[in-house]
Structure formats: structure tokens, C-alpha cells
Design a protein around this ligand. Structure first.
Ligand SMILES: [Ca+2]
Ligand SMILES: [Ca+2]
Ligand SMILES: [Ca+2]
Ligand SMILES: [Ca+2]
Length: 483
């Protein structure tokens, strides 16, 4: 929706200097005329319309950009003034390279020989040994939208794609003035072959909870802020960061990965991003996947409540009151219930970080040995490699807290396959900071079922020893990734 500022608004805002960098009415009309011309060119077929996913290439072909932009597709366009997301079906297909300071520079190969980024001083390539990367966008405002795309069939040998990125955005101090406006941003969007967006597969690894697939220009973590003499608007940047896209559920399917940069929809502020090392295996190894195919653990997300738990502890069916779950008891709860049981049980469901359920254990202390808090016997195929994943977090008490020590035991009677001890140290101050643990097991010949046990050591002296468990899975493990 278009809006027109009132006189009052202009005076008030000018008094606070909040919108330094905003464009004049005349400048806005120029940007709108340019965008209208681009749209007319599309309609008259002077230029080609971007069709997402139209060109299928190899996932890792020229992922390091050492061969320029071969194997990559591009698109560009503009946002309408004050609107939300650009219409990705009305972009112009193509790659346009050029100087950082030109709005027509959409996707530009940069070289280590170009020196550091002139605005924030970071390297323009991801690491030593890389001589080229790509810059998406430019340091010129005007509602520009730039997109770099790769469409490929997800290989079983590479079910997750690592990459490196860096982001540089102007960050005006004001929040958007209405719900539909947006600040400069970088996002990674993944779609299936039908063009339907696949949520939850991009992990930008900013270190800040809740940022998964988009970074909007706001002063504060994860960004570093740079103040300028030439402008009252600071620049924020994220240096080169390892990220990955988890496509394990899409092996054999065609997906499209889009890296998108958008200037602010007020037309006054710009943003750009660098990409390098698409298919970097190190970025994935930091975050091993949980295997592929169906999850063989039953009720692994605990959404079915007290089913298939196999615990030696006592089940507490009514967790709705303070202290309801006693030492040596467990319950299946949501975040609100956990907070009622104990004010230090600050935790939300792992997958949604919202209203889902998880297993909460009030571990006993001062006893001998360990007890089984969860167990399941699962049918498996002999000779197959599986990966078991568990999401765990510490629910600490304020004083004399015993950090839970958990053992995951895989047995296939009579022989023990793998024992594995884990001390949980997931950040207790963040309700969504779960710690994912994964273990690879290879099923010996002749073995057709495995019992997975999660055991909790109860020998610590003190209080606490409490933990939450969610999203347990056992899936076929992908073959080792070869670089
Ligand atoms: Ca490179
Ligand atoms: Ca721009
Ligand atoms: Ca859950
Ligand atoms: Ca306890």
C-alpha cells in the first residue's frame, strides 16, 4: 500500500533526524518510473521474465565461483514503495555485474585482488585460497532486489549443502513505519520443484536464536555496527559465516536455492551480501545431519504424550502445578507447563520453539549409578549405518546444580553396540537453545533390532540433574561425504 506522510509526520521525524537517508518525493518518483519501465519491458518481452527453477544444474558445479558465475542463474527487479516482499514472479532474468556503487550491479564476481570490502573492511572472498566469490546487490538504495539461484537434484551423497556468506546492510535507526515495509535484508529461500517454499531447512548459523533464514538490518547481534562520518545511518555487517541447508528429506528431488538481497522498501537504504564455497563440506560437518528417510523412533517428538517412553522413572500425569514433578519422576509437557513446575525450567519445544511437547525429567541426585529415562527397541536392517539424534537441554536449579550426565546406550542383545556419554551444557538462559547430539551406529550382520536407551547418572551430590529431551530420531545415515 502506498502512503503519504502528513506534514506533522515530516516535521516530527525531521526533528529527530530519524529518517536521514530517506529519499525525496522527486527521487522516489524516479525510482518508481524505473521500476515501471522494467515491468513494461517484461510485458513487451524486451527482457525475459525470471522463471524460478527453469535451469537445472549440478549442485556443486562452480560452487566456489572460481569460474565466475557459470552454473548459476540470476534475476533482479524492485520492490514497490512501502511494500513487503517483492513478487519473485515479476523479476527480470539475468546477471548484471558492475561496481559496488551502481544500482545496476546485481550479481558481481569479486576477486581477492579487489582488496577488502570498502564499507566494512572484511575480505570479499570467504577464506585463504579462495580467489573469487560473488557479491549480490550493491551499495545503492532505490528498492533494488537481487537474486542468485541454483536448481539441482539433491544427491544422496550430499544431502546437506554448506556455504559461506557475509552480509553488509545499511541499518536506519527507525523501525519500519507500517507492517508491510521492510528494512534492507538478506534471505535464503528454498523451494521444491513446484515452486513451493520449503521452510526450516536453512541454517544461517548467526549464533542468535531464532535467526534461521533471513537477516534484517537492525543494530545489535549478530551484527557488528560501523558508524560513518558521511551519513547518520550506520552500516551493520556479519563477517564470513559458515551456514548450511539441510536437504536430507529431499534426496532425489529437485530443489531451488535462492540467495536474495533487498534494499529497504522506503527506497532510502541499501544492502548487499557475499556468497562463496557453496558445497563447502566443513560447514556441514560442524552440523551433522540426522540421516535420511523415515524416523524409526516412535513418538520421538513426544507429541503423543506418554507413549513408547520405556522409562524406569515414575510418570507424572498431572504436571500443571509448581513442584508437580518430583525427583525421580518425568512428565510430557509444553513450555508453559515446564515453567509452572519450576521457574528455572525455561524451555520450549525443540522443533517449533512454541507450544509443542517434550520429555521433562526431574533427575534424582545422591543415589548410586544411573537409571533408564527413555528406551525403545527398534527394528533395523543388518549391515546398515544409522544415525541416532537426540535434542537435549539442561534444566538447571539456582544453587548446587548438578549438570545432567546422560548415557546413550545401543544394545543388540547380547552384545553392546555403542555406549556414549554426554554431559549436557545447552545454554539454560535461552528457551530454544537445545543441544543436538548424534551418534552413528553400524548394525552388525545378523542383528535385526537394536534397543536404544537414554540413561541418567543419579550419583551427583546437589540439586538439579534435570533435563528436557525432544525430537529423538533414528534414520539411515548418509554415506560419508567426500570433499
Ligand atoms: Ca571462491
Ligand atoms: Ca541496491
Ligand atoms: Ca516436541
Ligand atoms: Ca532434580
Amino acid at each position: 500500500m502506498r502512503r503519504f506522510s502528513t506534514c506533522c509526520g515530516i516535521l516530527l521525524l525531521a526533528a529527530f533526524g530519524l529518517f536521514a537517508g530517506d529519499v525525496s518525493e522527486a527521487q522516489r518518483r524516479i525510482f518508481e518510473a524505473q521500476e515501471a519501465q522494467r515491468q513494461r519491458d517484461l510485458e513487451n518481452q524486451v527482457t525475459a521474465r525470471y522463471v524460478p527453477g527453469a535451469v537445472v544444474t549440478e549442485a556443486c558445479e562452480n560452487g566456489d565461483f572460481e569460474a565466475g558465475l557459470a552454473g548459476w542463474n540470476g534475476a533482479y527487479g524492485g520492490v514497490l514503495w512501502g511494500t513487503d516482499e517483492p513478487d519473485l514472479d515479476s523479476l527480470t532474468a539475468g546477471i548484471q555485474q558492475g561496481k559496488l556503487t551502481l544500482s545496476s550491479s546485481r550479481q558481481t564476481v569479486v576477486s581477492v585482488d579487489d582488496g577488502p570490502d570498502p564499507n566494512v573492511g572484511i575480505s570479499q572472498v570467504a577464506r585463504d585460497g579462495s580467489t573469487h566469490a560473488v557479491r549480490i546487490g550493491n551499495a545503492r538504495a532505490g528498492g533494488g532486489v537481487e537474486l542468485l539461484e541454483k536448481t539441482f537434484v539433491v544427491s544422496p551423497n550430499r544431502p546437506s549443502i554448506g556455504f559461506q556468506y557475509a552480509v553488509v546492510l545499511e541499518a536506519p535507526f527507525h523501525a519500519p513505519r507500517n507492517e508491510t515495509e521492510h528494512l534492507p535484508l538478506f534471505r535464503v529461500r528454498v523451494t521444491d520443484a513446484q515452486g513451493t517454499e520449503i521452510p526450516g531447512v536453512v541454517h544461517l548459523n548467526t549464533g542468535v536464536d531464532g535467526i534461521a533464514e533471513r537477516l534484517t538490518a537492525e543494530v545489535g547481534p549478530p551484527f557488528t555496527t560501523v558508524l560513518r562520518k558521511s551519513s547518520s545511518v550506520p552500516i551493520v555487517y556479519l563477517p564470513w559465516t559458515c551456514a548450511f541447508i539441510d536437504l536430507t528429506r529431499y534426496v532425489g528431488q529437485t530443489v531451488t536455492v535462492q540467495f536474495i538481497v533487498e534494499d529497504c522498501s522506503e527506497f532510502g537504504h541499501w544492502g548487499y551480501a557475499y556468497i562463496d564455497d557453496f558445497c563447502n563440506t566443513d560447514c556441514v560437518e560442524v552440523h551433522p545431519t540426522c540421516g535420511s528417510g523415515p524416523n524409526l523412533v516412535r513418538n520421538g517428538d513426544f507429541e503423543e504424550g506418554d507413549s513408547e517412553i520405556g522409562s524406569e522413572l515414575l510418570y507424572q500425569p498431572a504436571p500443571g502445578a509448581p513442584g508437580a514433578v518430583l525427583p525421580g519422576e518425568y512428565s510430557i509437557v509444553n513450555g508453559a507447563q515446564a515453567g509452572t513446575i519450576s521457574p528455572t525450567w525455561l524451555v520450549n519445544d525443540h522443533e517449533s520453539c512454541a507450544t509443542g511437547k517434550f520429555l521433562a525429567v526431574n533427575g534424582a541426585t545422591g543415589r548410586t549409578g544411573s537409571r533408564r529415562i527413555w528406551s525403545q527397541t527398534i527394528s533395523v536392517v543388518p549391515g546398515t549405518a544409522y544415525r541416532f539424534c537426540a535434542n537435549l537441554r539442561n534444566l538447571p536449579q539456582c544453587v548446587l546444580d548438578v549438570a545432567p550426565k546422560v548415557e546413550v546406550r545401543f544394545t543388540s542383545s547380547p552384545e553392546v553396540v555403542i555406549p556414549s556419554v554426554i554431559v549436557i551444557d545447552a545454554d539454560p538462559s535461552m528457551p530454544c537453545a537445545w543441544k543436538r547430539q548424534s551418534r552413528r551406529i553400524v548394525i552388525p550382520p545378523g542383528v535385526v533390532s537394536v534397543t536404544v536407551e537414554i540413561r541418567l547418572d543419579e550419583s551427583g551430590e546437589g540439586d538439579g540433574n534435570d533435563l528436557a529431551i525432544d525430537d529423538l530420531s533414528l534414520k539411515v545415515d548418509a554415506p560419508e561425504v567426500t570433499p
